[in-house]
Structure formats: C-alpha cells, structure tokens
Write a protein that binds this ligand. Structure first.
Ligand code: GLN
Ligand code: ZN
Length: 758
C-alpha cells in the first residue's frame, strides 16, 4: 500500500526559519541568506519523507509565512497599498503578512484568522474591485523543480480555488462570483504550467468543503473543478480535504473525475460511513488515518482494521489526516522526557515511520495474520500497559461531584456591575492592557538561566520582581487605570499553567507554528489534572504591593489551556476541561483571598475547537465549554471583577455564548477585523462590558492618537459609554519596549480625548 503525507513542518526542527526570518526583518541577513535557510529546510523535510518511503510527498507545502498568503501572492491578490510601497517581492509579501512601517510608508498587515479548527493562522486574502487575478508567481513550479533536483518526484500541493475564494475578503462591490471566472482561468494556467513541467500529481487542498455548504457553494465547486479537471491531461489531480468530513458535497466530489480523493478519517465523523455508501472505482482513496494534529502513537490494531474494510472495496493510499504542520518535528529532540513517556508519542518524523509500518502491516493483514509481527506487538503493548502516573481518583471524583449550581455566579450581572463600579471607582472608558509586557532578551535570559540552574530561585524571583516594579511604574507614568504585573514569569500562557498543574508533561523542542515566525510549544495532557500549589498568587500580591491602583490578576482559562495543549485521547476533552476548570477555580479563589479584586481569565482560544459545522456548535462544544468557564469564576464575591480576553478569531457568530460566559468585562481582538464585531454586540444586547482592541499588537507599528480616537468613536456608536473599555487587542509580549510605551501613551491620550467628548 502506498503512503502519502499532506504537508510537512517547515519552521525547522530548531526553529531555524523563525530565527532566520527575524534576522532578515532586522536587516541582519539578506534575502539570499534567508532563501538558503529555506531551501535547506525544504530539503530536510523531503529527504526525511523519502527515507521513510513515502510515495506521495508534497512540494509547495513550504511557506515563509502562510500558504494562503502564498496563493494570494501567486495570483496577484495583492492590495495596492502593498504594491505602492515598491518593495521587493519578498518585502511585499512580508508587508502583507506583518504590516510595514518604514521609509517607504506605513501600512497595516492583512487580517489574520484561525485556520479552521487549529491554532495555525492564515492571512485573509483581500480582494477589491480592481484586483486583477493573474498567475504572476512561480513558487509551485520552483519548489517542484527543486525537489526533483533532489531526486524526489513530488505532488504539488496548493490551496484550492474553492477554499481560496471562500476564505478571501471582498472589500468592494464585487464578490466571489465576480472573480470565479478569473480564478478558474488562472488556476487553469497553473495546471497547464505544472503539466508542461511534467508534474504527475497536483494536490488541491480544499478543507473548506468539510464545512456546512450551501447549494450555491456546491455549484461553485462543481463549476471550478469541471473546468480544471477538463484540462488536466495526463497530470493527476488529488482533491485533498481535512479537519472533518465532506458530507454536504460527497456525492458531487465522487462524481467529478478526480484521480484521488483525500478524506479525513480522524476528525471526519462521517467519513467511513460516506465511503461505505460508495466510492468511485479507479479513484485512489487517500485515507487520512494517521492523526496529523495530535502526538499520540497510532493504535495499529484499529487502523489496520479500518484499512481492511476500506481496501476490500477501494484502492487505498494511507495518508496523514491533515498536514503534519500541526505537530512538532521529532522526538529525537526530546532528551529530558523519559522513555516511559516518549514511547507513547509520535511527532511528524515518527509519524512517517508509523505510515511505513502501518502500510506494511496492513499488507500482511490482507493475506494473513499481523498479530505476531514485531511492530504490531510492540505497538499494542503500549495500549495494553497504560501510562505511568496518569490516574488520580480524587480528581475524577471531584469532577463527578460538580453540581448544577456550581456553574452559576450570583448575584446576576447587573447587580454585580453596580457593586463593582462603586468599589473600583474607575474613570469612564477605563484603560488597561491584556496582561503581558515585552518579553525582552533580559526577561527570557533570566528565565533560561533559572531553568538551567545557573541562578538561584531567589535571583530569578528578584529579577522578575524588579521587572514587575518597573512595569508598574511605567504603567503609572503612562496613566493606565487597571495595572497588570506584566507576565515576566511566563514563557507562554498555557505552558506556564501546565507546568504548575499535575497531569501535564512538557517537551523541550516540540514547537508548532502558530502564525508566521510565532511558534508555540503545546504541553501534553498526560493524565488527570489538578493544581499542585498556588501558581500566580505571589506575583500578583507583589504587584499589588507596588501600587495603589487596582491590579488585575492574570490567569488562563480552562478551555484555552485544553485547546492549546495536546489533549488525551483516552478520555473526552470535556472531562479534561472540567478537571482543568476546577484547578483554575482554586487559583481564582486564592487570588481573591489575597486581595486581588480584578481577575482576568484569558480564553484566547475559546473558539479553537468550535466544530466547523454550525449544527454541532452547541451540542458538541459550547454546551460544555461555556459552563466550564463559569465553573472557574462562579465562586467569587460580587465585588470581584472577572475579566476575560479572546483573540485571533471571529466572534461575531458566537456572541450569545460569549455573553453566557458571564464575565464582567471582556477584551478582544478587533482592530484587524475592522470592528465588524461591534454590530453583533449591539444586535445581541451584549451585557458584558467590552474592550475591543483599539490597535493591532501583532505588528511593531505605533498607532497614532487620531487613529485610536477614530476607533473609539466608532465603538461608541455601538457600545454604551458605561460599558466601554480602552485597551490594545492582545498581550504585548512580542513587542519591543519602545513601541509599547509610545503606543500606550497614545492609547491613554485617546481615552482622555474621548472622555472630554462625553
Ligand atoms: N494575558 C495574555 C497576554 O497578555 C493573553 C495572551 C493572548 O491572548 N494570546 O499575553
Ligand atoms: Zn489575545
């Protein structure tokens, strides 16, 4: 049986691409040097896959920032404001990704959104009436040729035209339908070009078709692929889907003359059923059975069983369920985790081996018995023996004992709002930040030195306390109303909590790309989770001792902790989330008991695991995720103000659920999505006080006072003055000191101006 990989990680085992790109941004290396690093990384991935005997290896899965952005640039979907900067191609590309501020001008980045139900983010292509869709780039061809020169015949992977059209934002009068013909024509040119190059397989990634589709969507899909498939000639076309099943369009896709169809058997709840209902003869079924999103070893017995029934009817290629982009490179980089742990995991490179072993074992199983095969036996032994230190009955019992009333905070919102206004006495349009301040080199060095045992705990703590003190002085000087401690002790908002919770394990280098050069290292939920000891209390108490202003305690919420961890597969994510919620609840009550009367519980990733189909939103997810959040704060006194924060995603359609979190204040990312969310808040009579971010922190650009005043003025149209907060749209940890100070000064100034306008 043949094996296929949808995409391979590209950031580098040691995040080489990240570091090289950052040097390039700072002008420390030139484009040639950056391109060299990129080429090495591509070669690394290709060779690893080749060595594992993968038959279908992708090229063009590499990206300097994001594959959707690559497709936009390839087809000239480049808004004029970026072209007008007159930068090099790569410069324009990065300006679209990150914004640009320099001698050539000052422009914001494209909007960025979550890539389906992952923690990866794509840049939203922006199409206006003057956009001339045109194949102008050659990346797919170049990378195909590059692989070929290494002796590897690849399938050329590219974001499909349907997904591209659906994800793009149309800023003018013309909509997707008006650009359909142009995209068909230009994608056709791409097919022709690849054909001429001798490409054997083209992989169109169309994850969008795992969502709810309308009849018009299905027609659009048909129209696109009728055209593209008509010209394919000898080149074969693989329709690749992932992150769910294609129930709405299965009949259509199986009638179109694709040469291969890639389906996700992992997240696609209905995939097996659909295939059973009939799969076209002569078409390769790329069966996504090796989980591209999680790090647990594949259970060979189950997969071989699944393959057996698929192979009985179809010609099957064993595949990953999605791109391996969403898992780390290799367990080889993990030197500290003992074998009793790592033997249960498979990262990208280990998954290549799983594909190989599974294909071989499955072939054996076709004609005989696999149970005596060595690879099979050692795989099954893992599942039989269980995992050390993963069970805690006390935790399981505590979850079982949660009562309905534990999910409700009393008194109700309106009453609390009054009490809090009286006690906190904040000015109108209170100013605050989202929590973190720049994680400058010294901050990271201090943490690293402590981790390596180079400095004592006392030295480590003293340094951070000093930082907190400075940070608070800075906020006082700037004139912010609600102060934060700055989060200098945290590497990452989830890893930090995970480290302080029982039931978690950590990796050293298991980085996964989140957006651009930003990587995250998700901790692994290994077993039952509980709080070992107070986590943030000392830092918050210290911060409070430095100022008379209110200090906001800073926690990460249970849904985000779960969503940004690699979850268990042996219990439900709901069960794990409730365990985490109880642990964070203990911390909330501890903070309160220590005099912290504003507590922010971040749910940045609330939407992350929202099912892609609307019909599943509540029943499969929100019906337990929102109560889990309430469980965290339902025990506090009425005068304690609970904040939450969300970012990176669309909230417009889940506004009622967000209100039902029953926080007192919510801050969220809005500046990159043109404040669309405001209408939705108004329509839904949003009760929670709100701080829609007034500027984008994902770029170093300093927003002007005017710009912030304009944003606030727009907000006041839709949000009652008494409910409006003023804040950036996310934490400041990735920013530098200089731009942070300048931006916050402007923010406070803008709030003052607005106060005078009331
Ligand atoms: N409190 C966190 C911070 O400021 C929130 C980060 C986030 O939303 N991603 O860094
Ligand atoms: Zn945020």
């Amino acid at each position: 049986m043949k094996k296929s990989v949808i995409g391979f990680p590209r950031i580098g085992k040691d995040r080489e691409l990240k570091f090289a790109s950052e040097k390039y941004f700072k002008n420390e290396i030139d484009e040639t040097a950056l391109q060299e690093v990129a080429a090495e990384l591509r070669a690394y991935g290709l060779k690893k896959q080749q060595a594992a005997g993968i038959d279908f290896i992708s090229s063009n899965d590499f990206s300097f920032y994001d594959n959707v952005l690559d497709a936009a640039v390839l087809f000239n979907v480049i808004p004029d404001r970026y072209k007008e900067l007159g930068l090099s191609d790569l410069g324009t590309y990065f300006a679209m990704a990150r914004g640009y501020q320099g001698d050539k001008g000052n422009v914001k980045a494209l909007a960025m959104k979550k890539w389906f139900n992952t923690n990866y983010h794509y840049l939203v292509p922006e199409i206006d009436d003057s956009t001339e869709v045109k194949l102008v780039g050659s990346k797919p061809v170049d990378e195909y040729k590059e692989a070929k020169a290494l002796g590897i015949e690849t399938k050329v992977a590219i974001v499909g035209p349907f997904t591209f059209l659906k994800l793009a934002k149309y800023t003018g009068a013309k909509k997707a339908d008006d650009f359909k013909a142009a995209f068909i024509a230009e994608y056709s040119k791409l097919v022709e070009t690849l054909k001429a190059e001798g490409v054997q397989w083209i992989e169109f990634d169309e994850p969008y078709i795992v969502r709810d589709l309308t009849a018009a969507d299905i027609d659009l899909f048909k129209e696109i692929y009728n055209s593209l498939l008509a010209i394919k000639g000898d080149t074969k076309i693989l329709l690749q889907t992932y992150f769910g099943d294609v129930r709405d369009i299965y009949d259509t896709v199986t009638k179109l003359p694709f040469d291969g169809i890639g389906l996700d058997f992992n997240e696609g709840r209905k995939t097996a059923e659909l295939v059973k209902s009939g799969f076209p003869k002569g078409v390769l079924l790329f069966a996504g059975l090796v989980n591209g999103k999680n790090i647990w070893k594949n259970n060979y017995a189950k997969t071989i069983d699944a393959l057996k029934s698929l192979k009985a009817e179809n010609e099957v290629v064993l595949s990953t369920s999605c791109s391996l982009l969403h898992v780390p490179y290799t367990l080889e980089s993990e030197t500290k985790l003992g074998a009793e742990y790592t033997k249960h995991f498979a990262f990208a490179e280990e998954k290549l081996l799983e594909l190989k072993e599974l294909a071989e074992l499955s072939d054996v199983a076709d004609s005989g018995n696999v149970t005596s095969e060595k690879a099979f036996k050692s795989n099954q032994a893992l599942f039989e023996e269980g995992r050390v230190d993963s069970k805690d009955d006390a935790v399981v019992n505590r979850v079982a004992g949660i009562k309905d009333e534990d999910y409700t905070r009393l008194p109700a919102f309106d009453e609390r709002e009054k009490i809090q206004k009286d006690i906190l006495k904040l000015p109108q349009f209170p100013t605050t930040t989202i929590g973190s301040f720049p994680q400058t080199v010294d901050v990271r060095k201090n943490r690293q030195a402590f981790r390596k045992g180079e400095i004592s705990k006392e030295q480590y703590t003293d340094f951070n306390k000093n930082k907190i003190k400075e940070c608070i002085e800075l906020q006082e000087e700037i004139g912010l109303d609600v102060i934060v401690h700055g989060e200098f002790e945290r590497n990452d908002m989830v890893e930090y909590f995970g480290e302080n919770l029982a039931g978690y394990v950590f990796t050293e280098k298991a980085w996964v790309q989140s957006y651009g050069t930003r990587c995250v290292k998700p901790p692994i939920i290994w077993g039952d989770v509980s709080r070992k000891q107070a986590i943030t209390v000392e830092w918050s108490k210290y911060a409070k001792s430095c100022t008379d202003k209110p200090v906001k305690g800073m926690l990460t919420g249970p849904v985000t902790i779960l969503n940004w961890s690699f979850p268990r597969e042996d219990i439900s994510i709901k069960e794990s989330t409730l365990q985490i919620a109880l642990a964070i609840r203990d911390e909330v009550l501890d903070l309160e008991a220590n005099g912290i009367n504003i507590i922010q519980i971040d749910e940045a990733a609330l939407r992350e695991k929202l099912p892609l189909r609307k019909s599943d939103w509540y029943s499969e997810y929100l019906d337990w995720a929102i109560p889990a959040f309430r469980l965290v704060h339902s025990g506090v006194k009425p005068e304690t103000q609970i904040h939450t924060h969300m970012c990176y995603s669309e909230f417009t359609d889940i506004i009622p659920a967000i209100d039902a979190m029953d926080a007192d204040v919510i801050t969220f990312e809005a500046s990159r999505s043109d404040l669309q969310i405001l209408d939705s808040l108004k329509e839904n009579n949003f009760k929670t006080e709100v701080g829609p971010g007034v500027y984008d922190i994902h770029s170093p650009r300093v927003p002007s006072v005017d710009e912030i005043v304009t944003a606030l003025t727009k907000m006041r149209d839709k949000i009652e003055d008494k409910k409006l907060w003023v804040n950036p749209d996310c934490g400041l940890k990735t920013r530098g000191d200089v731009e942070t100070k300048a931006s916050l000064i402007n923010l406070v100034e803008a709030a003052k101006i607005i106060r005078q306008q009331v």
